[in-house]
Design a protein around this ligand. Structure first.
Ligand code: HEC
Ligand code: HEC
Length: 286
C-alpha cells in the first residue's frame, strides 16, 4: 500500500468511526430523552397534586371524588369515559381540563346536583383572568387529574331530593328557629353522605370534631366558643352555634382556618330535619 492510499484508508476509517460514535450517541440520546421526559411528567404530576390540594380539594374532595350536593367527582370512571361526549367537547381531555380550570364556570351545567359555591360556580384560576395560577401550573393540574384515568372507579352521586320530605322545610339562615327533634344516628350518616367527614374527621382541612389530647370535641367546644371574646356570631346556645356554623359559616371563622372553605350552600340545600340530626350527632362528640 502506498503511503498516500494508506492515509486515505486511515481517513476513511476515521470518518466511519466518527459516524458510528454519533450513531450510538444518537440512539442513546433517544433513550435518555425518554427517561428525562418520564421524570418531567412525574414532577408535573407531583406539582399538580400539591396544587390540587390547595386550590381544588375543598370543592372536588380530597381524593377528587367530589362533594355530594356541591361539586362533581373528577376521579371518576364516568368523567373519563363519558363526560366529553356529554358536553359535546371535540378536543382532548387535557384541553377540556385546562379550559375549565383556566376560565372557571360561571354557572354549573348540572345545577341540581353540583351547584358549586354560588356565582361563579367555579372561580377562574388562570392569571389571564385574574386567577392565582400560571399556564404551566394548570397543565400540571391536568397531568395530575389525567393520572387518575387508569384507576378511576365509578362514583355514585346521591340524587338530591327534589322536594323536602313532608313536614320538613329548607333550613335557611335563621338560627333562632325551633328545630324538629334530632336523631344523632341519622346525623352521623349524613356527615358521610354529605362529605363533612372528608374535612372534619378524615383530614384537618376543617376543625377536628373529635376530642384530641388537649382539645375537647365539637360538642363541648360549641358551648365554650360562644363565650369567647373573639366570637363574632350571634348564637346564645351550643345548638345555635352548630346551626350557625352550618348555615352561615362566614359569620364566625374558627381561628386558624380560612373562610370560604366550609361549603356555603347548606342553608339552601339542607332541611331543618337534616340540620337537627347533624346537630344532635355533633353534640355527642364531647
Ligand atoms: C368553588 C368550588 C370549586 C373549586 C374551588 C374548583 N371547582 Fe372545579 N368545578 C366546580 C363546579 C361547580 C363545576 C361544574 C360542574 C358542572 O358544570 O356540572 C366544576 C367543574 C370542573 C371540571 C369539569 C368537570 C366536568 O365533569 O365537566 C374540572 C376538570 C374541574 N372543575 C377542575 C377543577 C380544578 C383542577 C380545580 C382547582 C384548580 C377546581 N376545579 C376548583 C367547582 C369548583
Ligand atoms: C371542604 C371542607 C369542609 C366540608 C365538606 C365541611 N366543612 Fe365544616 N368547616 C370547614 C372549615 C375550613 C371550617 C372552619 C372555618 C369556618 O369556621 O368557617 C368549618 C367549620 C365548621 C364548624 C364549626 C367548627 C368549630 O370547631 O367551631 C362546624 C360545626 C362545621 N364546619 C360543620 C360541618 C358540617 C355539618 C358539614 C357537612 C354537612 C361540614 N362542616 C362540611 C370545612 C368543611
Amino acid at each position: 500500500m502506498s503511503k498516500i492510499s494508506f492515509q486515505i484508508f486511515l481517513g476513511a476509517l476515521f470518518i466511519l468511526a466518527t459516524g458510528a460514535i454519533i450513531l450510538i450517541y444518537g440512539l442513546n440520546e433517544e433513550h435518555r430523552m425518554a427517561v428525562q421526559s418520564a421524570a418531567m411528567h412525574g414532577r408535573a404530576i407531583e406539582q399538580g397534586a400539591a396544587l390540587f390540594e390547595q386550590q381544588c380539594s375543598r370543592c372536588h374532595g380530597i381524593q377528587g371524588t367530589g362533594i355530594p350536593g356541591l361539586c362533581p367527582p373528577l376521579n371518576d370512571r364516568a368523567f373519563f369515559d363519558k363526560r366529553l361526549q356529554e358536553v359535546n367537547w371535540s378536543g382532548s381531555m387535557e384541553d377540556y381540563i385546562v379550559a375549565t380550570v383556566s376560565s372557571g364556570r360561571l354557572s354549573s351545567t348540572r345545577p341540581q346536583t353540583f351547584p358549586g359555591q354560588g356565582t361563579p360556580a367555579m372561580p377562574s384560576f388562570s392569571d389571564r383572568f385574574g386567577g392565582p395560577l400560571r399556564e404551566d401550573q394548570i397543565r400540571n393540574l391536568a397531568a395530575f387529574i389525567m393520572n387518575w384515568e387508569e384507576t378511576a372507579e365509578t362514583v355514585t352521586v346521591p340524587e338530591p331530593p327534589s322536594e323536602p320530605a313532608a313536614g320538613t322545610k329548607i333550613i335557611g339562615t335563621d338560627i333562632t328557629q325551633t328545630l324538629p327533634a334530632g336523631d344523632a344516628a341519622a346525623g352521623e350518616k349524613l356527615t358521610s353522605t354529605l362529605g363533612c367527614v372528608a374535612c372534619h374527621i378524615a383530614s384537618n382541612v376543617g376543625p377536628a370534631w373529635r376530642a384530641t389530647g388537649s382539645e375537647p370535641g365539637i360538642g363541648s367546644l360549641a358551648a365554650q366558643l360562644i363565650h369567647d371574646p373573639n366570637y363574632t356570631g350571634h348564637a346564645t346556645t351550643p345548638e345555635q352555634y352548630l346551626v350557625e356554623s352550618i348555615v352561615d359559616p362566614n359569620v364566625f371563622v374558627v381561628p386558624g382556618f380560612s373562610s370560604g372553605i366550609m361549603p356555603g350552600n347548606y342553608a339552601t340545600s339542607l332541611t331543618d330535619q337534616d340540620v337537627a340530626d347533624l346537630v344532635a350527632y355533633l353534640l355527642t362528640l364531647k
